[in-house]
Design a binder for this molecule. Structure first.
Ligand code: ADP
Ligand code: MG
Length: 330
């Protein structure tokens, strides 16, 4: 803790009162032996579980605009790390937060911690520690910790020849939302609230990740774009594959763009979606359907794992389409 420089008694934002007010959630998990307040947190990993750990940083001016809604930032900082846990089929448990701020500001800290804590509570995550420092721009580093039964973590490297390729939800929405916000694409008022939600408050596909345990052979969360992230799976697995563009599950907002290359381009190359892309034997599709019943997102079969070591994007006639990300030799 180095913020502010000189803590004073009665100062609302002395270092300890800042942590106490905004980053000391009530104990919510029995596996937290010791949470915020000491030199370390003490956490209990149950017998037979592996600890899944992922860390992500959001930097002002790089990952978000200075005017960004702090409540949404609190949500997103945790959501992107929970998305990594989801992609490994890990059950979220704990989080730590390293926060760098130009100055302590209650009007920012209060909604930020509220956005973070609301999502944490929804997923049963307890914030157990962190660090708070002064620095030139707001920088938010969040580490999430999850638990997965030994051997059941979903790696990028497990895709097998003959597997089908799937994606959850509707990829491309976040990129469309960003393009509209930056004025690079005409806005459509009908879809604005939906699209803003998709960009600013992504829903980590935790339940989907847990449902994939024992079924999927490989999994990744889509942060850089569907084609690029699927490329990571194929490369790590030493295989190739195809995506059939007409099978991409487009949201009504993306489908409203109509015919033409835009919708497919957003769905294939747009980042920040935090959907899960995974491979699984097609013979298990009925098991997948049962596992996803009652979840808040569906899944769609979009292609196949193949022996050639490329990712090919195919049109309705099975012809190969050159896309920004879609055609890569590994
Ligand atoms: P130390 O000097 O031992 O690193 P600090 O003064 O940095 O301790 O932090 C005091 C306690 O508050 C520690 O338990 C630390 O984990 C916690 N903490 C500090 N900043 C944050 C934060 N932004 N979010 C959650 N916990 C925090
Ligand atoms: Mg510290």
């Amino acid at each position: 803790m180095t913020l502010p420089g000189r803590p004073e008694v009665g100062d609302d934002l002395s270092e300890f009162s800042l942590i106490r007010r905004f980053f000391s959630p009530p104990a919510s998990r029995r596996d937290v032996v010791l949470g915020v307040g000491d030199d370390c947190a003490l956490l209990r990993v149950p017998e037979g579980r592996e600890l899944a750990v992922s860390i992500d940083t959001l930097v002002e001016g790089v990952h978000f605009l200075p005017a960004a809604d702090p409540e949404a930032l609190g949500h997103k900082a945790l959501a992107v790390s929970l998305s990594d846990l989801a992609a490994m089929a890990a059950d979220p448990a704990w989080a730590t937060l390293a926060l760098t701020l130009p100055q302590p500001d209650v009007t920012w800290l209060k909604p930020f911690s509220h956005g973070l804590q609301t999502l944490a509570e929804r997923f049963g995550v307890q914030l157990v520690g962190g660090d708070t420092t002064r620095g030139p721009v707001t920088t938010i580093t969040l580490q999430a910790h999850g638990l997965v039964p030994e051997g059941l973590g979903l790696l990028r490297s497990g895709a097998q020849l003959g597997d089908a390729i799937y994606v959850t939800g509707c990829p491309g929405d976040a990129a469309l939302a960003l393009a509209m916000r930056l004025g690079r694409f005409p806005t459509d008022d009908r879809w604005q609230p939906y699209l803003s939600q998709r960009l600013d408050r992504p829903e980590p596909r935790v339940a989907a990740g847990l449902a994939l345990r024992g079924i999927a052979t490989a999994c990744i969360d889509v942060s850089d774009g569907l084609a690029a992230d699927l490329g990571h799976i194929l490369r790590a697995s030493g295989v190739g594959g195809c995506i059939r563009i007409p099978d991409l599950p487009l949201s009504p907002a993306l489908a409203a763009l109509g015919e033409g290359p835009h919708a497919a381009r957003f769905a294939l190359a747009g980042g920040d979606d935090y959907e899960l892309c995974f491979t699984a034997p097609p013979a298990l599709e009925h098991v997948l359907e049962r596992a996803f019943a009652g979840l808040d997102c569906g899944f769609a079969r979009i292609g196949e794992v193949q022996a050639h070591r490329e990712l090919r994007c195919l049109d309705a006639d099975g012809r190969e389409v050159e896309t920004e990300q879609g055609y890569r030799h590994f």
